[in-house]
Design a binder for this molecule. Structure first.
Ligand SMILES: Nc1ncnc2c1ncn2[C@@H]1O[C@H](COP(=O)(O)OP(=O)(O)OP(=O)(O)O)[C@@H](O)[C@H]1O
Ligand SMILES: Nc1ccn([C@H]2C[C@H](O)[C@@H](COP(=O)(O)O)O2)c(=O)n1
Length: 650
């Protein structure tokens, strides 16, 4: 499974230009296709769901053209029902394509088969099918009644009168009927049965239909009269707003990551309901400012968001972002009236509850609500994303809680925001890491500890972990080449570090792990892949604000490959043996230069030749050879490098 590891972040600020709105893009494409005349669509969203709509339109006889590599498209409308009367359409998991196309095709007098991915076939469409059958449409649910795939056959459509449609499962059913009914040319009334959910999305539909020349008479949220004799006409050019649901992740990042963080492409004049996410964020204490086409968020005074209890029926998609923000609030939070989450890309109530719990949150899940209580400390976790773009995007925010997080299958964001993680990386500042790797006795430990002290950063001596594992194995009588046995010890290593002392099960072993037996043992257990894997997360947990200096053999290559500065610190084998010799003599231990040099060369060879995480100088590491440099000079060199942002050369 592909995954993306996000390190803990220090904060987030900056500006993001949002991709186009998915809801507007797919509605405008369909309206432009059914309209008379050519429509120029600017800033269309480029994503999987929009691709599905574009492919379907082409298969249905609608000519469209992209202007070079831009986000601008020209659609030549067919001025009525689709001209192609037989087609098989695969619509992935795009609800905004599947539902409206079902309605438009049911009224187009052809034979069509519509299918999608497995999850699409679990998402209900029965309410829309029932409504279309009232008009005379011939629709068969080929696998299971009420669910895709669908088979549509030519039928005698009898428009006019009143068509009833349920509005309490998905507002897309009403949207689909509203957009398709002008194809009949006959005035028809839609009556909503049950409480209409996600009303702002219906508002987008009505607003866009009006731009294409069809004004629907609206009676509250229960009756909609689609006029007779009306047909869609191209308005010429349509600009697609930025996606307000996508804006939610960045506004949230500004609120928990300090900010200010500005999103461009949506604002006060937006027709998307999800701009009201900003209002909700304001209720949590975030500082929100807004212009016609932008919104900016910054952390509340005091830095902590207020706990909330909100009805989120009007912003079901952006509400997922609030579920993650509950991890940053000062008390238990409740998200109410979100039953529609159950029939989205996945059962989002169940999925969010499961993933929030992995982070240590206490979550209560109801039919249409979630309550979330943050843990005292977030626990790093691998988040499953259920092929749901919004789960991937909203859980990226966890990294702003001083917590590393793994996002499994991160490409699922392609559904609506293919460049999401690049955009997130533009505004989120990771906790910096300085990685110092090099051979034994090169001076890494001495230099790293001094640099860390000078910067006020944390310090990781990764070699001491391998030394501790070797010591624990020798004490437990586990052979050093017993990979499973040693890895089991490494996974549960009862080690701690206090004021420069190293403790194993509470016993001070600071000097003990520096013995030659432990040095040789460490280099033996370090070749075992399972041991390295067992220590991997433990090392990554050292990354904490304000920064980390990590030293060892694979800090820059494996444990912190995204380290901002990488140093390869070395010295000639003779210089290193001499330093080790002096070190031992000063401690009152016996030492022999010749055997020290031989041991060191053997260990160098073992560290460099092992197949897992071998010691090597990475192309992006700065070489620091200390053969002719003393400790102070080496420390000054590294500090200069940090101050220059890692650009100086060795
Ligand atoms: N540039 C230097 N010049 C002279 N002596 C140095 C220099 N750097 C470190 N030393 C000395 O060399 C000895 C070994 O250094 P240190 O323990 O920091 O190396 P190391 O690379 O961390 O070793 P190991 O990998 O075995 O833990 C120490 O006594 C240290 O004071
Ligand atoms: N990241 C690391 C750190 C250390 N090792 C190995 C290499 C040595 O043989 C042993 C002890 O390390 P030292 O204290 O000398 O730095 O552990 C490693 O493989 N990877």
């Amino acid at each position: 499974m592909e995954f993306l590891d996000l390190p803990p972040m220090l904060g987030a600020a900056g500006r993001i230009r949002l991709p186009g709105s998915k809801s507007i893009s797919n509605r405008v494409l369909l309206l432009a296709a059914l309209a008379e005349g050519e429509t120029e669509i600017r800033d269309l969203l480029l994503s999987d769901d929009v691709e599905r709509m574009l492919e379907a339109l082409r298969a249905l006889g609608v000519a469209w053209k992209r202007d070079g590599d831009s986000l601008d498209y020209r659609v030549r409308g067919v001025g009525g029902p689709f001209p192609v009367k037989a087609a098989e359409l695969f619509l992935g998991n795009a609800g905004t394509a599947f539902r409206p196309l079902t309605a438009a095709l049911a009224l187009s007098g052809g034979e069509y088969r519509l299918s999608g991915v497995a999850r699409m076939h679990e998402r209900p469409i029965g309410d829309l099918v029932d409504a279309l059958r009232q008009l005379g449409a011939d629709i068969t649910c080929t696998a299971s009644e009420g669910y895709p795939p669908l088979h549509l056959r030519p039928a005698t459509i009898c428009p006019g009168g009143v068509v009833k449609v349920r509005g309490d499962v998905s507002s897309q059913f009403l949207t689909a009927l509203l957009m398709a009914l002008p194809l009949t040319g006959v005035e028809t009334t839609l009556e909503v049965v049950g409480e209409l959910i996600s009303k702002p999305y219906v508002r987008i539909t009505l607003e866009l239909m009006a731009r294409f020349g069809v004004e629907v008479e609206q009676h509250g949220w229960t009756r909609f009269v689609v006029p007779g004799g009306a047909c869609y006409r191209s308005p010429g050019t349509v600009f697609v707003e930025g996606d307000a649901s996508s804006a939610s992740y960045f506004l949230a990042a500004g609120a928990i990551g300090g900010g200010p963080l500005r999103v461009e492409g949506v604002g006060r004049s937006s027709i998307q309901g999800d701009v009201r996410f900003a209002e909700a964020l304001g209720q949590l204490g975030a500082k929100i400012t807004m212009g016609d086409n932008w919104i900016e968020a910054a952390a509340p005074d005091g830095g902590v968001l207020k706990a909330f209890d909100l009805d989120l029926n009007h912003i079901p998609d952006a509400a997922m972002t609030l579920a993650v923000l509950a991890l940053f609030a000062d008390g238990p939070c409740r998200l109410r009236n979100i039953a529609s989450w159950r029939v989205k890309e996945t059962d989002r109530i169940a999925a969010m509850a499961t993933e929030l719990r992995k982070l240590g949150a206490e979550v209560e899940e109801g039919a249409d609500y979630l309550t979330v209580s943050r843990p005292a400390r977030l626990r790093p976790a691998a988040i499953d994303t259920y092929d749901d773009h919004r789960i991937a995007m909203c859980f990226s925010l966890v990294s702003l809680g001083a917590c590393r997080v793994r996002i499994n299958d991160p490409r699922c964001v392609n559904k609506t925001f293919p460049g999401y993680f690049d955009a997130f990386a533009q505004v989120a500042r990771p906790v910096p890491v300085l990685a110092i790797d090099g051979p034994s006795a090169s001076g890494k430990g001495t230099v790293a500890a001094r640099v860390a002290a000078a910067l006020g950063w944390h310090y990781l001596d990764s070699g001491s972990l391998y030394r501790l594992v070797a010591l624990a194995a020798m004490r437990a009588g586990v052979p050093l080449d017993d990979e499973r046995g040693v890895a089991a010890l490494a996974a549960a290593l009862p080690a701690s570090f206090e004021d420069g002392r190293v403790l194993l099960s509470g016993e001070d072993v600071t000097d003990g792990i520096r013995s030659e037996a432990c040095s040789v043992g460490a280099s033996k257990v370090a070749v075992l892949a399972a041991v390295r894997a067992a220590l991997f997360d433990r090392q990554r947990d050292y990354r904490a604000a304000p920064g980390l200096v990590a030293e060892g053999r694979d800090m820059g290559s494996v444990v912190f490959p995204d380290a901002g500065i990488k140093v390869f610190l070395t010295a000639s084998a003779e210089a290193r043996a001499e330093r080790r010799y002096k070190q031992l003599i000063e401690k009152g231990s016996a030492a022999n230069m010749e055997s020290l040099l031989k041991d060191l060369q053997e260990r160098d060879a073992r560290d460099a030749a092992r197949p897992v995480a071998p010691l090597l100088k990475l192309p992006d590491a700065v070489l620091l050879d200390t053969t002719e440099r003393n400790v102070e000079q080496a420390v000054a060199f590294v500090l200069d490098l940090v101050r220059a942002g890692g650009e100086a050369a060795g």
